[in-house]
Ligand binder design. Structure first.
Ligand SMILES: Cc1cc2nc3c(=O)[nH]c(=O)nc-3n(C[C@H](O)[C@H](O)[C@H](O)COP(=O)(O)OP(=O)(O)OC[C@H]3O[C@@H](n4cnc5c(N)ncnc54)[C@H](O)[C@@H]3O)c2cc1C
Ligand SMILES: NC(=O)c1ccc[n+]([C@@H]2O[C@H](COP(=O)([O-])OP(=O)(O)OC[C@H]3O[C@@H](n4cnc5c(N)ncnc54)[C@H](OP(=O)(O)O)[C@@H]3O)[C@@H](O)[C@H]2O)c1
Length: 445
């Protein structure tokens, strides 16, 4: 079929948002060029979801393979866009893509600005560890020194994944989940607690509930209901494999990590709860306590990469406050607050639109809505004569980069080689831990 009369769109990032957006764009008669930092597609579905969720990961991998097989979708992996990447966003725009969708996830780190947060060892952000145990190069071969008593800051599902890795793989002595709010505001799901509940110190939970109950009751919360919710996973508890003691410290906000080269302890401030509509806010009281831990891991969500080449505000890229192509009242359009103008033709979706928000299904829907916004925008843009001209120009430029670029022609060899290793070693899943190994089996080096 002729490619004439099509639009050509670049999608940056091949996580769930980018891949499902690409499929939607291709279905709307666009030729799509996906650019991905990692060699493999999948984003956090490949390198975030806990390694033993093999069935779920395999199901998603199958869907991603099918998307990449579509003739109008082109894939360029091992290629980073950004001010410090292989190509800047400005350079990418010059190739003549008629729209660009940014689905690069949330790759920045949310620093809190605490003293001691920069201690080189023993203080980590969850994403780096998650990438490490999910074998994303170069994190896969990075050393992370984990002590015996670990404070996890935040009480969402990422905290639960990290706790699970610490209790079931690292078998540390103690894990303390530190929550700035109370037992009624925990964000993890019952299902994810099933892996940890056998390690939970229930007596410590009850003591902690007793300590914070007056604050809860004062604003109309029910401590017993919160207890039931936290313990709801009990009937389906997975057998414990370590003596790790898991406990919660509520109404506690980290203020200082003490230590020079390594962590000695963590100072926290007590907080109280302030009702805000149906929700609550933590208010710092400035009375302090010390937690005797030797490792601190922040599980508080991430922010977008400020070196990507788009304006950022708080933890996000700036969105057009008055979108021209809103979908379900959401703005998918990039915006420059300095000029007060939209950044023409640049859109964002998934965790690049709203950092650290929701499951794969949510990212997928967001990608599809972002694609819809682009399709509305393209209604007023003349299709190119032949998208292959732009594609060829782009590929010629990539050939000048001093690195191998992975296309969808190469990926099946990688899938096959990992499958062979998996079968040879009798494992449920197998991943090469370095780019070199992956490039070698694809005969790119
Ligand atoms: C630890 C963890 C566990 C999770 N577990 C589950 C789970 O069990 N079930 C579930 O449903 N959801 C889970 N999620 C949520 C799910 O992973 C996300 O909702 C989803 O992956 C977000 O998709 P995305 O496409 O927006 O971003 P991502 O998945 O982060 O994809 C971003 C893509 O962009 C690429 N990229 C990044 N920067 C650049 C750049 N500068 N240039 C080019 N490419 C770039 C990356 O290589 C990556 O492929 C988990 C999340 C985390 C953090
Ligand atoms: N297995 C799974 O299904 C799975 C696994 C991992 C992740 N995910 C999904 O991925 C998304 C991201 O997960 P997440 O755990 O990173 O986010 P999350 O659910 O939003 O939890 C973040 C936690 O960090 C706390 N926090 C945020 N900023 C803080 C600060 N400045 N100081 C102290 N605490 C702070 C939050 O407290 P407050 O509530 O007070 O803000 C909250 O407890 C979620 O949608 C999650 O469901 C799913």
């Amino acid at each position: 079929m002729s490619d004439q009369g099509k639009h050509i769109v670049a999608v940056i990032g091949a996580g769930p948002a980018g891949l499902f957006a690409a499929r939607q764009l291709a279905a709307n008669n666009s030729s799509v060029v996906i650019i991905n930092r990692d060699i493999k597609p999948g984003g956090l579905a490949e390198y975030g979801i806990y390694p033993d969720k093999v069935k779920m990961k395999d199901g998603l991998r199958k869907q991603f393979e099918q998307i990449l097989e579509l003739p109008d979708i082109h894939y360029f992996g091992n290629l980073t866009v950004g001010e410090e990447g292989d190509l800047s966003l400005e350079i990418l725009k010059r190739f003549g893509y008629q729209a660009i969708l940014v689905t690069a996830g949330a790759q920045g780190t949310k620093w809190l600005g605490l003293p001691g947060e920069d201690i080189p060892r023993d203080v980590y952000h969850a994403k780096d560890l998650v990438y490490h145990y999910n074998k994303l190069p170069p994190y896969s071969n990075q050393e992370f020194y984990i002590g015996r008593r670990v404070a996890l800051i935040g009480v969402g599902n990422v905290m639960m994944d990290i706790a699970r890795w610490l209790a079931r793989e690292k078998k540390v002595d103690e894990i303390i989940a530190v929550a700035r709010r109370g037992p009624a505001e925990v964000k993890f799901d019952k299902k994810e607690m099933e892996y940890m509940i056998a390690n939970l110190d229930v007596r410590a939970l009850d003591e902690e509930l007793g300590r914070v109950a007056p604050v809860m009751v004062a604003i109309g919360q029910d401590p017993e209901a919160a207890r039931q919710n936290i313990l709801a996973a009990s009937p389906r508890a997975l057998e414990r494999v370590s003596d790790t003691r898991f406990r919660f410290d509520f109404l506690a906000s980290p203020t200082h990590i003490l230590g020079k080269d390594t962590v000695q302890w963590l100072e926290i401030s007590n907080t109280t709860l302030i009702p805000v509509g149906d929700d609550t806010k933590a208010k710092t009281l400035w009375t302090r306590r010390i937690l005797d831990v030797d490792t601190v891991i922040f599980c508080i969500g991430d922010r977008v990469d400020d070196k990507f080449g788009l304006p950022t505000q708080w933890n996000e890229f700036v969105k057009n406050p008055n979108p021209q192509y809103p979908i379900e009242e959401i703005s998918y359009e990039a915006y420059d607050p300095e000029t007060g103008l939209p950044i023409q033709g640049v859109f964002m979706a998934g965790w690049s639109r709203e950092a650290s928000s929701g499951l794969v299904g949510i990212a997928r829907k967001d990608g599809e809505r972002g694609a819809k916004a682009i399709s509305h925008y393209l209604e007023n843009v003349k299709p190119v004569n032949d998208p292959n001209d732009i594609l060829e120009k782009f590929q010629n430029r990539l050939a000048r980069l001093e690195k191998p670029i992975v296309t969808k022609i190469h990926l099946p060899a990688l899938v096959e080689a990992e499958k062979e290793e998996k079968e040879k070693l009798g494992l449920e899943d197998y991943k090469f831990k370095t780019n070199e190994e992956m490039l070698k089996v694809m005969k790119l080096i």
